[in-house]
Design a protein. Structure first.
Lengths: 267, 300
């Protein structure tokens, strides 16, 4: 009876993996196939589309801008969110819930709605501050808040920050030392998780950039798609693979760090 | 009392009044509050205010425009698109999640599927539209392959660039999202439930119908609502796929926002956005209520 159920479950799982595997992998395989097509019907496969990514200056600009935005947003998130989260946990605990609520709000307000409110703000910024695409980081920081809050919250709740900070303070450490040299090193996996999530969100962002008339990676892919489909699909493949390995790295990194910590605690 | 001891060391250097003591601790949260005030609350307020203002002061004209036939049909299209893709995504996604959850918790397969789902649920957007154009577009891989074997993929006209195509593409990112959201609920299933069912003489059908099904139902419905909201607010895929604007609400917003006509259109965009917020808010409230119900049974 039990063995029969196991065999049935194994068969069910095999069917699910094969069918859904096909559904999910076919479009990606098709992108690779499309991007490597030659000009004529019978012409051989070519990697021209991939190699010409680097020779289009507009495209290179967009890629650079997206990578810069990813770095700036990550750093901005660390500078703004992390100290605030630690500070309120130590000094103003009654603020923990309200800050959590604020951080999770962007989940319930779609980006397409936020961008309507961003439009007049960015009009002002363009005139009075700068019209650089890097200004987008200010908006992206809002978009990544919920993901980063969750990642950092998980890390903070696993560390006894009160004891650590009291010990450090009583030895004469400043608040800055407590944060950056005592607490952060104890939650490094949560910090790296939050940064990787930031990078993934920023590299995939289209809505805000497109409607505020900035050309980031995704907007460039979209514009290129109408003219030179194979290059834009090649770029899409590259960015998809890049983020996939990024997130895979994240899952391995998180496990390695937690295992190391577990081992140290037992020792 | 230990908590007070920490704060006292801080205040020895600042012999100020009681009120200022409180504010010095609050000051630490000021940059965060200032930033979210400017880039989260100000935009939201601007949307709400914009929806009710016109060239000649406060007005309800923008909201009245929502009753135009093409706006109503855009809202209906959005609702149907979200409901269908969320339903298909929820059912197929929970099946996949079950297959993964019954496997080894530390296995390479589970980690691969989770990472893959993470990418696809977040990174959808433009890339996804192109992926499907490359697969079943008129020059797509499958279409051409079938053509070489004498089969026409589109006997009744190309439907990829319509709501039907959009629904199919949306399921592509809804299924992975369902796996991520629903997996914790499935991990909460205890083998004892099944054993208890069998002790009482129940089979697989009884187990799913009377034990696991009802226990998982709140989590399932909650996940469905999340998927619905996700599809409802998605914009990138539709923008990259459809040339004609305004089929669904996000496209209406983008058309109103990028039109050159002027302030009037910006206010109309705000009214559309407000309509979306109201719908998402209702869904969020339902989601919160369901979460509370399922939390009673499933350990987190």
């Amino acid at each position: 009876m039990n063995r029969r159920r196991h065999r049935r479950l194994a068969a069910f799982k095999a069917v699910v993996y094969v069918v859904l595997g096909l559904f999910f992998l076919l479009p990606i395989a098709a992108m690779v196939e499309f991007a490597t097509r030659g000009v004529g019907i019978s012409s051989p496969r070519t990697l021209t589309a991939f190699t010409s990514i680097g020779s289009d200056p507009e495209l290179v600009d967009a890629i650079t801008a997206s990578l810069e935005l990813a770095v700036i947003t990550s750093l901005g998130m660390l500078a703004l969110l992390l100290p605030t989260m630690i500070w309120i946990r130590l000094r103003v605990p009654q603020m923990v819930r309200p800050v959590e609520l604020v951080c999770l709000t962007p989940l319930t307000i779609p980006a397409i709605v936020l961008v309507v409110g961003f439009a007049p703000i960015y009009n002002w910024i363009e005139i009075n501050v700068s019209d650089s695409i890097l200004m987008l980081a200010l908006a992206y920081l809002v978009l990544v808040l919920p993901y980063c809050y969750r990642a950092l919250d998980a890390g903070l709740s696993a560390v006894d920050i009160r004891t650590l900070s009291e010990a450090a303070r009583s030895l004469g450490a400043s608040w800055a030392t407590v944060m950056w040299r005592i607490i952060v090193p104890n939650m490094s996996s949560a910090v790296s998780n939050a940064c990787l999530l930031c990078v993934a969100v920023v590299l995939g962002e289209f809505t805000v950039a497109n409607l505020l008339n900035f050309e980031n990676l995704q907007v460039a892919i979209s514009i290129l798609g109408t003219g030179n489909a194979s290059v834009s699909i090649a770029l899409a493949v590259v960015s998809l693979v890049f983020v996939f390995f990024f997130l895979l790295l994240l899952s391995f990194l998180g496990r390695a760090l937690s295992r190391r910590r577990g081992g140290a605690a037992r020792a | 009392m230990t908590a007070v001891a920490v704060s006292e060391t801080e205040y020895v250097r600042r012999p100020l009044g009681g009120r200022l003591r409180i504010s010095s601790a609050w000051l630490g949260a000021a940059p965060f509050l200032l930033y979210t005030g400017l880039f989260l609350f100000l935009p939201t307020v601007l949307v709400a205010v914009g929806a009710f203002s016109g060239p000649h002061g406060p007005t309800l004209a923008n909201l009245a425009q929502l009753s135009r036939p093409y706006v109503v049909s855009a809202f209906l299209n959005s609702l149907v698109l979200s409901a269908v893709s969320a339903s298909v995504g929820a059912v197929v996604g929970s099946v996949l999640a079950y297959a993964v959850a019954t496997g080894s918790p530390d296995g390479i397969l589970r980690r691969l599927v989770t990472a893959f789902c993470g990418v696809l649920s977040q990174f959808g957007g433009v890339t996804l539209a192109f992926a499907f154009i490359a697969t079943i577009g008129t020059e797509g891989f499958i279409v051409i392959w079938l053509q070489q074997h004498g089969i026409r993929f589109y006997p009744n006209g190309v439907w990829l660039f319509s709501l039907t195509g959009l629904t199919l593409i949306y399921t592509y990112f809804e299924i992975p999202l369902m796996v991520i959201v629903f997996m914790p609920a499935l991990d909460g299933i205890r083998p004892q439930w099944r054993e208890a069912t069998e002790t009482l003489g129940g089979g697989t059908w009884h187990y799913w119908r009377h034990v696991a099904g009802p226990l998982l139902m709140p989590a399932f419905l909650g996940a469905w609502l999340l998927l619905f909201a996700n599809a409802f607010s998605a914009y990138a895929t539709a923008a990259a796929l459809l040339d004609i604007g305004g089929v669904i609400v996000p496209l209406q917003i983008s058309r109103a926002l990028s039109s050159e006509v002027g302030l009037d259109q910006a206010n109309f965009a705000a009214a559309l956005a407000l309509g979306m917020v109201v719908i998402v808010a209702i869904i969020t409230l339902l989601y919160a209520r369901l979460q509370r119900r399922s939390a009673r049974w499933l350990p987190r």
